[in-house]
Design a protein around this ligand. Structure first.
Ligand code: SF4
Length: 335
């Protein structure tokens, strides 16, 4: 095990979506663990399964999606193990928004236009019994919004979502997620819908908050710059699988998987007239008919004999640095 004190452990997770076009094999045997107090990043292209993985942690997969199999264990405190897959719907609802909270990409989608910001915060607290009534929650909402660095929190409590800017809405959502002092905060592309200056403010704030509140953060992003700045450990996902996992410095110094290397090369480094931006040739596969063997093989310049037949296992190459690629296999690898 990588962590001495894990907060979440996922083993061999499979999630499918049953659509009219066919069964989308969205998550294909994902295993990882997050250590208490760290920032763990899931990184990869849109549609690679980052958000589905994070939602599966609290069984937040809606129809036509289904968790096919897998084990998910949550440790709210050292030594106390909760089997997420065995909880009833009511029990999992008590964990969601309390011990494990989410910040989603689009803050507008998390806010009901008919209710004030204060009501939203109060409702989250009242549902989990942190306050006895909505009225009591509304009284405490300004305090929560202050923690999320909302400007003029007292008057924002009475504001409706449409009266706030994008950045303020995201602060309101962060306030809601922090209202119950969660142990694990899952931030799913929390700044994608915001402009660049607000993005930086929100990310700096999350960094500060993590230190102050002793939070564990699961950050989902496709931005390698954010990964470098925020993360302790990174898992690179491709087509529903983790293809590489490493401490952040190690990953940037020594990326092993051909897809990770492609992602690194695709980060723009210079600007100018004659600079061509690098990209990974090909497109992400259709997960109704995923490629056999290594799901990256149709795009991989290094593919060789076993790649289109056998799925490469995620193996540890160096301490805490794992990769799923036949190039690094003990026997027959071409590293
Ligand atoms: Fe490329 Fe083969 Fe490695 Fe897949 S297993 S990334 S196809 S070399």
């Amino acid at each position: 095990m990588r962590c001495k004190d894990p907060i979440i452990v996922v083993k061999d997770l499979y999630v499918n979506f049953y659509t009219y076009a066919g069964v989308v094999k969205a998550i294909n045997g994902v295993s990882f663990e997050i250590c208490r107090g760290e920032t763990y990043c899931l990184v990869g292209e849109t549609g690679c399964g980052k958000s589905v993985t994070s939602r599966a942690l609290t069984r937040l997969i809606k129809s036509p999606g289904r968790i096919e199999k897998g084990e998910i264990y949550f440790y709210p405190e050292p030594g106390k193990k909760i089997d997420i897959m065995k909880l009833s719907d009511e029990e999992i609802r008590k964990i969601r928004g309390y011990d494990i909270a989410y910040i989603f990409q689009d803050p507008s989608a998390s806010l009901d236009p008919l209710y004030t910001i204060g009501y939203h915060v109060a409702e989250t607290m009242a549902f989990h019994g942190v306050v006895q009534s909505i009225k009591e929650g509304i009284k405490k909402a300004a305090q929560v919004l202050r923690l999320a660095k909302m400007p003029d929190p007292e008057s924002r409590v009475r504001a409706f979502p449409h009266e706030l800017s994008g950045g303020m809405k995201q602060r309101a959502v962060i306030g809601m997620s922090l209202a119950n002092r969660p142990k694990l905060l899952i931030a799913d592309e929390p700044t994608t819908a915001l402009d660049v200056t607000i993005q930086a403010q929100i990310m700096n704030f999350l960094k500060e908050l993590k230190e102050k509140e002793n939070l564990t953060l699961l950050l989902i992003t496709h931005n390698m710059g954010l990964v470098a700045e925020m993360c302790d450990t990174v898992a690179v996902m491709y087509a529903g699988e983790i293809v590489e996992e490493a401490p952040v410095e190690e990953l940037f110094k020594n990326p092993l998987h051909p897809y990770t290397r492609g992602l690194m090369r695709a980060v723009p480094k210079h600007v100018g007239k004659n600079v061509t931006l690098e990209s990974i040739p090909g497109t992400v596969p259709n997960l109704i008919f995923p490629p056999p063997g290594c799901r990256f093989h149709p795009r991989c310049p290094y593919r060789f004999d076993p790649c289109d037949k056998k799925r490469p296992p995620l193996i540890e190459i160096e301490k805490n640095h794992k990769v799923a690629c036949w190039l690094y296999a003990k026997e027959g690898g071409k590293r």
